[in-house]
Every structure is written in C-alpha cells, then in structure tokens.
Design a binder for this molecule. Structure first.
Ligand code: NAD
Length: 284
C-alpha cells in the first residue's frame, strides 16, 4: 500500500511548537507580508499565511499594494519594515509582477527578518550548513515532513527536479547536509532523458511547475515521491506528477493540495519565531 504523506499532521506539530515558543517569549511576534498586484493565487497564499499566523498567536501586517507600484516604492516599503520594531519577519510574496526586480527586493530584506529564508545571507548559511538564519520555507517543510514520517535519507539517492532559489536548489542543499546525508542529483529544464534520471531516485522531489511532468515510468518501485508543484488545470489544483499512476509504484507520495503546501506555511511561521528569538537574544 502506498503511504499518503499528508501535510496536515506534521504542519500542526510545527504550529504547536511555534505557539509554545511565542508564549514563552512574552512579546508580540509580528509577520509582515508584502503582496504586489492582484494575482489570485498569490492572494490566496497570503490569506492562508495570515490565517495560519492567527492560529498560533502571531500578529500579521498586511501590505497589499497595486501591481504598477514602481520598484523604488516597493523597496521603500521593505526598508520601512526593516526599521519597524513590531516586525520580526518579512515575507515578499513571489512572483512579483513583470517589470519589478525580485532579487533587488529580496536582497533588501534585513537578513534577521528574512522569514522566507531567501536572502543571500540566509542561503549562504544553508550552503555552509550553519545555523542562525531562516531556512527556505518549502524545503525546510519537506525535510520536516520526511522526518515526521520516518523517511530515512541517509545514503539514499535523491533526485530534485528544479533548481530555483525558492525550492529546488535549497532543497538539494538540505538533503546534502551531513544531518541528512543523501546523495543529491539536480535535474532541470535542460536535463536530457529525465525519466532515465528520475527512475534511479529513492527520493524524488518534483518542483518544476509542469503538470504531468513525471509519470509512473519515471519512478522506481518503492520510491518516495514529493510533489511540490501547484498548477491550476481546468479550475482544479494539481501537482507536477501523475498521482494516480505513480501511487501504484511509489511507497509514499504527497497529495496536491494538502501535501507540501501546509508545510511551507508552518515553516514560515517557525522561521518568524526563530528570528524573533534571535533578535531578543541579541537585544535588537
Ligand atoms: P521556478 O519556475 O522558479 O523553477 C522551476 C524549475 O523547474 C526550474 O529550475 C526549471 O529548470 C525546472 N523545470 C521547468 N520545466 C522543466 C522540465 N520540463 N523538466 C525538468 N525541469 C524543469 O518554480 P519554483 O518557484 O521553484 O516552483 C516550482 C513549483 O512549485 C511551482 O508549481 C510552484 O507553484 C510550486 N511551489 C509550491 C510550493 C508549496 O508550498 N507547495 C511552494 C513554492 C512553489
């Protein structure tokens, strides 16, 4: 029987931990979100993040600004949040509308408030396997999920499809860490004969944003398949893998929706409280 790796239970375990840590701080913990434009999917994600924050006693500050806001005004907003003592974490919802430079905006976030773990400083700490910064929320959530379901990574061959700043690349780094000890292969849009590569994976993480990219013939019997993709097809949310056929061969698989998504949100909250604790400890 294929095991269904749902995100609900491990995400709740993280949220319970976050609520306890907020309680112990005796201080308001605040997460500011920046949403530029009216992308419906982004609006849904931001709303879900606010809702989840409320359940753990975290304050949220909602900055929803028009899609034609110029780059310098978006940057000024981030500078203001950097300086605001009520804000412990800043999340800029990606993607930004065309014409805005997301790297320039992300790079401006004070690393000590980088709730999504996307600032070069946060990512540098991940490269070096050092603690002290926020860890990108989606890959962190996936690591937590593997741990929750007792999925061994040591010595396993992990194939990651995707090499984005947000998901694929940090995912591979976390699995490569000495704390996980997987052997990691990155596949991407220029990879030749993708099924031949993915068929070798003990753990297959798919983060391409291409519905139906992986089918059963690209999956080794008994593999663990983590589907990160979120795609809207005929008004339905689907992942990047063909869930039905792969369920016949994989030992475990995440559903979409209800798999990685809740883990991403819970990890964002965890990052925010960790950053708040660090600021309190540093007296800033
Ligand atoms: P991205 O577009 O930045 O990166 C996609 C990556 O996939 C690229 O590195 C590209 O090389 C690779 N790719 C594209 N087409 C490919 C192909 N045909 N074969 C092999 N590789 C291919 O996207 P992203 O921000 O990394 O997000 C990926 C997906 O994950 C999207 O569907 C996004 O909505 C979803 N996502 C989900 C969560 C969640 O919480 N579940 C969080 C973040 C992103």
């Amino acid at each position: 029987m294929t095991q269904l790796l749902t995100g609900k239970e491990p995400a709740q375990a993280i949220k319970d931990e976050v609520a306890e840590r907020i309680n112990a701080l005796n201080k308001r913990v605040g997460l500011a979100t920046v949403l530029v434009g009216d992308d419906p999917a982004s609006e849904v994600y931001v709303r879900m993040k606010h809702k989840a924050a409320a359940t753990v006693g975290m304050y949220t500050y909602d900055h929803h600004i028009p899609g034609d806001t110029p780059q310098d005004e978006v940057e000024d907003l981030v500078r203001g949040l950097n300086a605001d003592p009520a804000v412990d974490g800043i999340l800029v919802q990606l993607p930004l509308p065309d014409g805005l430079d997301p790297d320039a905006v992300i790079d401006l976030i004070e690393p000590g408030k980088d709730a999504d773990g996307l600032h070069p400083h946060s990512l540098g700490l991940v490269v070096l396997e050092r603690s002290g910064g926020a860890v990108p929320a989606t890959p962190q959530g996936i690591m937590r999920m593997l741990d929750y379901y007792d999925i061994e990574t040591e010595g396993k061959l992990a194939v990651i499809i995707g090499r984005s700043r947000l998901v694929g690349r940090p995912m591979g780094l976390l699995l490569n860490h000495k704390s996980a000890n997987a052997t990691v292969v990155f596949a991407h849009s220029r990879t030749r004969d993708l099924p031949a590569i993915t068929r070798q994976a003990d753990i297959l993480i798919v983060a391409a944003g291409r519905p139906g990219l992986v089918t059963a013939d690209g999956v080794k019997p008994g593999a663990v398949v983590v589907d990160v993709g979120i795609n809207r097809v005929d008004e339905k949310l689907v992942g990047d893998v063909d869930f039905e056929s792969i369920s016949e061969v994989a030992s475990a698989i995440t559903p979409v929706p209800g798999g990685v998504g809740p883990m991403t949100i819970a990890s964002l909250l965890l990052n925010t409280v960790v950053l708040a604790e660090s600021r309190i400890a540093a007296g800033t």
